[in-house]
Design a protein around this ligand. Structure first.
Ligand code: SF4
Length: 468
């Protein structure tokens, strides 16, 4: 496939390229624009005019340098094997293909897209969305042979985008609702996705009926359809294998896939825990479940949350800690749809462990929060500091408060760590210490250590297991 008629290069080597604010010509969508989306729709053959590119609103050359613009991409596809179950997977490929373009960066998905074009690529002549349309059409047709006809529409006109926005959101909701009837126990195959390995080399999304992909864009049905039509593609079957522990979501088949795809870096995963052997987090997660050690609970912050969460950290600083394809106990990337699952963080206590959530997300998932805790989980409108949070949880009798007495007893026990005759603290086995803090640091592993120190401060570790 040739892109010689384009003013910039196109290829996998550009995937992962970042366009910093100072280097950008324009931003399309992104956090400064309220409404934006990308949507793939399965159409019948006569509804699609093959390779048609339509631009509704100002083109790139009409935009002001440094500007932030409304943006939507509509990809309509047709073919004998095209079915609505494939829409989510086709849509997710937009992320990958845009990132193949020299000087273009695409982040996130669905109603959250964030695209930047660099000044350098604009100056080279990439001054029209026509070029973007050509890249998408050629890549989709060459990589997904089931697509027989494709047309692409870009919308940069705010009014037109507003008119079509609800249709897109309704389509996302329909897809999500469809996957809700099925339980993880009802199937013997999950689906894996490694699309984000270009950014997070050890990351694998395990997509189950009750644990939606981290990006919130791919359901179990989408995974099944994609693996069927393109078995060599980035989405594949994960046979569950033997059940190690169904409450924790541990399966031999899942562990085997992680060991293979992460090249041995991740060996065991517990699908329903944010603390113990958690599912890996790439960088596309819609939200983060983050530990608040002071109250032994978990907060949730989503990508669009402006300002600081109750722990004083922004989404982006916590995202640095969470992302990269690692298993970071207590910083766990999740989708919004996973919050609607009855298996949502069930190992850690589920909604009874959630102690803070932004109002917009709480509203979106309200009917899925068990009634007995609904009013006990504060938002940014109720509390803004940890001390206010503690007070709120106490006065509202949040279930997490019961854990505090158990923790006090645990701390006393921790203080009784054995010391040898020469005064060294004995730490049998292996333990890991992080030097640095949120946003980075180094990991030091001690084996059978003897520690000499004037003073030893032992901080409580938050246990992930639900207490009985
Ligand atoms: S977040 Fe997961 S499902 Fe979504 S594209 Fe990345 S790897 Fe695939």
């Amino acid at each position: 496939m040739s892109f010689d008629d384009l003013p910039v290069d196109v290829g996998v080597i550009y995937e992962g390229e970042r366009v910093r604010g100072k280097d950008m010509f324009v931003e399309l969508g992104g956090p400064k624009i309220e409404k934006k989306f990308e949507l793939a729709l399965a159409r019948s053959m006569d509804e699609v005019e093959d390779e048609r590119i339509t631009i509704i609103g100002p083109d790139l050359k009409d935009m002001k340098e440094g500007s932030y613009n409304p943006f939507a991409i509509l990809v309509e596809v047709a073919g004998n094997e095209i079915e609505p179950d494939l829409e989510g997977v086709i849509e997710r490929r937009i992320h990958e293909y845009v990132n193949f373009i020299e000087g273009m960066m695409h982040l996130n998905q669905r109603y959250d897209i964030w695209i930047r074009l660099s000044k350098k690529s604009f100056e080279k002549g990439f001054n029209s969305l026509e070029y973007l349309g050509k890249v998408l059409i050629r890549l989709f047709k060459s990589e997904m042979s089931i697509i027989e006809k494709i047309q692409v529409t870009f919308i940069t006109d705010a009014k037109e985008l507003e008119n079509r926005y609800d249709e897109a959101v309704n389509r996302y909701n329909e897809r999500d609702a469809r996957a809700r009837g099925l339980k993880d126990e009802d199937v013997d195959t999950f689906y894996g996705c490694s699309l984000c390995q270009s950014f997070a080399p050890t990351h694998v999304c395990t997509i189950t009926p009750q644990r939606y992909a981290n990006c919130g864009a791919i359901s179990w049905f989408d995974g099944r359809a994609a693996a069927r039509v393109d078995p060599k593609g980035p989405l594949y079957e994960i046979p569950k294998g033997e059940t190690i522990d169904d409450f924790r979501g541990e399966y031999t088949g899942v562990n085997q896939i992680y060991a293979e795809k992460s090249l041995g870096k991740v060996k065991e995963v517990s699908l329903y825990s944010a603390f113990e052997k958690p599912h890996t987090s790439c960088g596309c997660f819609e939200a983060i479940a983050f530990v608040i050690p002071e109250v032994d609970g978990l907060g949730i912050v989503h990508r669009d949350f402006k300002g600081e969460a109750v722990n004083g950290l922004t989404f982006s600083s916590m995202a640095d800690t969470t992302a990269g394809g690692r298993q970071v106990p207590g910083f766990h990337g999740i989708s919004i749809e996973y919050m609607r699952s009855t298996k949502f963080l069930q190992v850690d206590g589920g909604w009874e462990r959630i102690v803070w959530i932004p109002e917009p997300i709480k509203k979106r998932v309200l009917e899925f929060i068990p009634e007995h805790v609904r009013d006990k989980i504060p938002t940014e409108n109720d509390v803004t500091t940890i001390s206010e949070l503690k007070e709120f949880l106490k006065t509202h009798d949040h279930p997490v408060v019961n854990r505090w007495t158990e923790l006090e007893a645990e701390e006393e026990t921790a203080a009784q760590v054995a010391t040898s005759e020469d005064g060294a603290v004995m730490v049998p086995g292996e333990f890991t210490a992080m030097v640095g803090g949120v946003g980075g640091g180094i990991e030091i592993i001690f084996k059978n250590a003897r520690i000499y120190a004037e003073k030893v401060i032992i901080r409580r570790k938050v246990a992930g297991e639900k207490r009985k």
